[in-house]
Design a protein around this ligand. Structure first.
Ligand SMILES: Nc1nc2c(c(=O)[nH]1)N[C@H]1C(S)=C(S)[C@@H](COP(=O)(O)OP(=O)(O)OC[C@H]3O[C@@H](n4cnc5c(=O)[nH]c(N)nc54)[C@H](O)[C@@H]3O)O[C@H]1N2
Ligand SMILES: Nc1nc2c(c(=O)[nH]1)N[C@H]1C(S)=C(S)[C@@H](COP(=O)(O)OP(=O)(O)OC[C@H]3O[C@@H](n4cnc5c(=O)[nH]c(N)nc54)[C@H](O)[C@@H]3O)O[C@H]1N2
Ligand SMILES: [Mo]
Length: 764
């Protein structure tokens, strides 16, 4: 079969990185951080324990931990994230005595986190405009009395997806006992589209794939997930698959290195000979927002192939599956057949023959996995993106069979697990009756607010206080300028964190900064050394034990901080055993098992199962917990997921992550795999587009919002940099570009901000 647009087709006048993903480059990437962050050979011992049974689970992404592991079961970015936590630098009260908060506001994200680990609980002092040390008791007492005076509906309990299952369960319990379901989390900006779409369409809001499926499939279809940077350990099973002859078909506006070629840094022969494995058998640079059209095209080809097969008494479509297990097929089929190839080519930016080439792989493969990331979820029609991938998989019965399934690759290391144990603003997803029985209080039943609604609430003056369990909220959200100004009106902000970031500096009238242990650090409580647990992207749950000496003797565990806040805020309730829980986390796991017996029975006994224990997924068993009781086909309502029309001078901005960052944490200024070095202030566009716009390479420009809502949003200066992108699309880095995203620009159903297609104009 012809392989159009294959890896190797380079445009010479764009910046490029010639090397593969992995290889020596990744070791140099680690070494660069090592030399800066290495404080003792003990760091290597810590890394050796990463992602192994009875070791600690990586603090970076949520990729699964295999039961049979390598000597070094970590990747470049996992090592960076670990070393970042192990840093010998300390951000002490002396530092805060030297710098006012106003002064620190002018520092970059990189410089703030470079100060190292926070060491003492701190309180904002408005007379000096400085953070000053305070005791834990003083902080808990003051926060508790302020929370008691506020209406619980006006308080928000945010979490970033890193906190353990134990902490997350207690945090949600605290919020509900206090009286609110205002529990937004980082997944509201990330895979909320997945949680909403998959729940509605297949009855389970998470992926159906497990590790073994990767070894049993014949083809993988990859949409908008950057494995090489964001889940590099996934490159190993991908490499194995490619070597087995599995067809890997990638749709991405950017030619991401990790999806092109990979050298396994753990394989001496590959390292010495430089022999790379080609990962994607086809790589198609779809237009930003063009995936619905691509998949409609694939399905159109499947229908055509099915028509032809029928002539010979055969089928391509899995008709028995579609008949027995699905709903809405006829309307879907009619819509696809009625869509012309002209429309598909225009909306996708790809030719009919290219899409048919990919579709033919789908037709011929028996077992197919669909994989995706932010390239599908962060769009106004993100729901439709995910729904189209479900449609495609359902056509051939590719859900609920070994070697098949849908696989959203989740972000933060425990973001999926937080939802599993009750962090959700949606009360229908939480067994509130169980809470009532187990803990003897009546939990609130009305819907809480998600991330976007939190921002709206702050702007409207309805939200009065914000508690952040990790994360960097004001930096991660859209509409930054307006949001930062409004943030000042909050009565109270409380941040539980390991390192200083901008969200700690954009604070409310009263503000506390509470430093916590990281996951690599030893957590000793009354009953001795404690372990915590997380859930990975394949719904496997695994224990994690930190052994490092804590960065400061004043740090407390996240569990202890959440319990301290709860005790100081809530009236006494003998069933809420905060002190006992802090003393022994086994007791928290017993409570989790009681609330969620199907998933967590025998939790303490199973938590160190190598590779984790699987909590199950009904859709994998072809039990569809949907409204119709079947898996749902969705007739596409649009071919473009951007949510805005094209106009002269308007570009689709995709905000991207580099290989040298973890979300708002910037490790350095080297986006090695894209060949961009030394700066993040770049505007990437293709050379023809640069010429058409009358610009020059290297010229400094700014980007302005083109959202037609009359609000001026501008970011610059940015250096025009040639880069191989489809026409009409430009790229620039997250989080720097977030001031350009209107708060109202989000997926319709889940309100996930549409950070992958933002309407902008270029101002020279
Ligand atoms: N090193 C590192 N690892 C991380 C993170 C990090 O910042 N750094 N973040 C973590 C988190 S929280 C998350 S959620 C994940 C994010 O991991 P990913 O899901 O990979 O997210 P992104 O890198 O934002 O973008 C994914 C890809 O989508 C492509 N894309 C953009 N628009 C479109 C489109 O319209 N269609 C298609 N088909 N593709 C498109 C982009 O080119 C990019 O390659 O990674 C996690 N892991
Ligand atoms: N334009 C644009 N915007 C985006 C995205 C995008 O692709 N484009 N991606 C979105 C996505 S996918 C996400 S997930 C969000 C990320 O949003 P967040 O999760 O809110 O942000 P992070 O940058 O991951 O948070 C980093 C901070 O977490 C704290 N931290 C680190 N480790 C720990 C720990 O162990 N415990 C505690 N308590 N704190 C810790 C540190 O203080 C660090 O500064 O951003 C979203 N925003
Ligand atoms: Mo994320």
């Amino acid at each position: 079969m012809a392989r159009p647009n294959e890896a190797g087709d380079h445009t010479p006048d764009t910046v490029e990185y010639d090397g593969p993903a992995g290889g020596w480059g990744s070791l140099k990437g680690i070494a660069r951080i090592f030399s800066k962050e290495w404080d003792s050979p003990a760091a290597l011992n810590t890394l050796r324990r990463q992602n192994k049974p009875k070791g600690f689970m990586c603090v970076s992404c949520s990729w699964a931990k295999p039961a049979d592991y390598h000597a070094f079961e970590f990747c470049e970015n996992g090592a960076k994230a670990t070393l970042w936590e192990l840093t010998s630098r300390r951000c002490t009260p002396d530092f805060f005595a030297e710098h006012t908060v106003t002064e620190l506001l002018s520092w970059s994200d990189y410089d703030l986190e470079q100060q190292g680990r926070l060491t003492h609980p701190l309180r904002y002092d408005s007379t000096t405009d400085k953070y000053v040390p305070c005791s834990w008791d003083e902080a808990f007492h003051a926060i508790g009395s302020q929370l008691r005076a506020l209406d619980p509906k006006s308080v928000v309990f945010y979490s970033s997806g890193r906190a353990s299952l134990e902490t997350s369960y207690l945090y949600a319990l605290f919020a509900r006992a206090y009286g609110t379901n205002n529990l937004p989390d980082s997944s509201n900006m990330c895979h909320e589209t997945t949680s909403v779409a998959l729940k509605k369409l297949i009855g389970a809001g998470v992926g159906t794939v497990v590790f073994d499926d990767l070894s049993n499939c014949d083809a993988m279809f990859f949409f908008g997930q950057n494995t090489g940077s964001n889940s590099p350990r996934f490159l190993h099973p991908l490499q194995d698959a490619a070597k087995r002859g599995v067809q890997i078909i990638t749709f991405n506006p950017v030619r991401e290195k990790g999806l092109e070629v990979f050298i396994n840094p753990q394989n001496p022969t590959e390292m010495l000979t430089g022999k790379a494995t080609q990962i994607s058998s086809q790589y198609h640079q779809v237009k930003v927002g063009g995936d619905i059209a691509v998949i409609v095209g694939i399905c159109k080809h499947v229908f055509a192939a099915d028509d032809a097969a029928k002539q010979q008494g055969k089928r391509v479509i899995d008709a028995p599956f579609v008949g027995q297990h699905t709903h809405g097929f006829e309307e879907f089929e009619a819509r696809v057949r009625a869509t012309s190839w002209d429309e598909i080519e225009i909306a996708s930016g790809l030719s009919r023959s290219v899409i048919e080439g990919a579709a033919q792989v789908y037709v011929e493969a028996d077992r197919v996995i669909g994989i995706y990331g932010m390239g599908l979820t962060q769009h106004v029609h993100g729901f439709q993106n995910v729904a189209m991938l479900v449609n495609m998989l359902l056509l051939k019965g590719n859900i609920g069979r070994d070697g098949t399934g849908i696989s959203p690759v989740r972000g933060h290391s425990n973001v999926q697990g937080q939802r599993t144990v009750g962090i959700s603003e949606k009360p229908e997803l939480v067994p509130l009756d169980k809470y009532a029985k187990q803990f003897g209080f009546e939990p609130p039943r009305e819907k809480g607010i998600n991330t976007v609604e939190t921002c709206e609430g702050v702007l409207a003056g309805k939200v009065k206080a914000f508690v952040g369990l990790g994360g960097n909220f004001v930096r991660a959200i859209p509409e930054r300028s307006k949001m930062e100004a409004a943030w000042r009106g909050l009565e109270l902000t409380v941040q539980i964190a390991t390192k200083l970031n901008r969200s700690h500096l954009v604070h409310g009238k009263a503000a506390y900064l509470l430093p916590c242990l990281g996951r690599t650090e030893e957590d000793v409580q009354a009953s001795g050394q404690q372990a915590v647990t997380m859930e990975d992207t394949f719904s496997c749950i695994q224990g994690s034990i930190g052994l490092r000496k804590p960065a400061s003797e004043h740090l407390r565990s996240e569990v202890a901080i959440v319990a301290g806040l709860a005790k100081a805020t809530l009236p006494p309730n003998p069933k809420l055993k905060w002190d006992e829980w802090v003393g022994n986390y086994d007791l928290i796991r017993n409570e989790i098992a009681e609330t969620y017996p199907d998933e967590f029975h025998d939790f303490n006994a199973r938590m160190f199962t190598p590779g984790g224990f699987y909590r199950g997924n009904s859709a994998r068993e072809r039990i569809w917990k949907t409204e119709s009781g079947k898996a749902e086909f969705t007739a596409p309502e649009t071919l473009t997921s951007t949510g805005f029309s094209d106009a002269p001078g308007r570009f689709r901005l995709l905000t991207m992550r580099s290989n040298d960052q973890f979300n708002t944490t910037i490790y350095g200024y080297s986006d090695r795999m894209r060949g961009i070095e030394g700066t993040r202030d770049v505007l990437l566009m293709n050379p023809d587009e640069i010429a058409r716009a009358g610009l020059q390479e290297g010229q400094m420009v700014s980007l302005v919002s083109d959202a037609e809502d009359g609000i001026l949003r501008e970011v610059g200066p940015l250096k025009v940099t040639p880069f191989k992108l489809p026409d009409g699309c430009v790229g620039a880095y997250y989080p720097e570009m977030n001031p350009l995203i209107p708060l109202s620009h989000h997926d319709i159903y889940s309100k996930t901000p549409a950070a992958k297609s933002v309407p902008v104009r270029i101002r020279a």
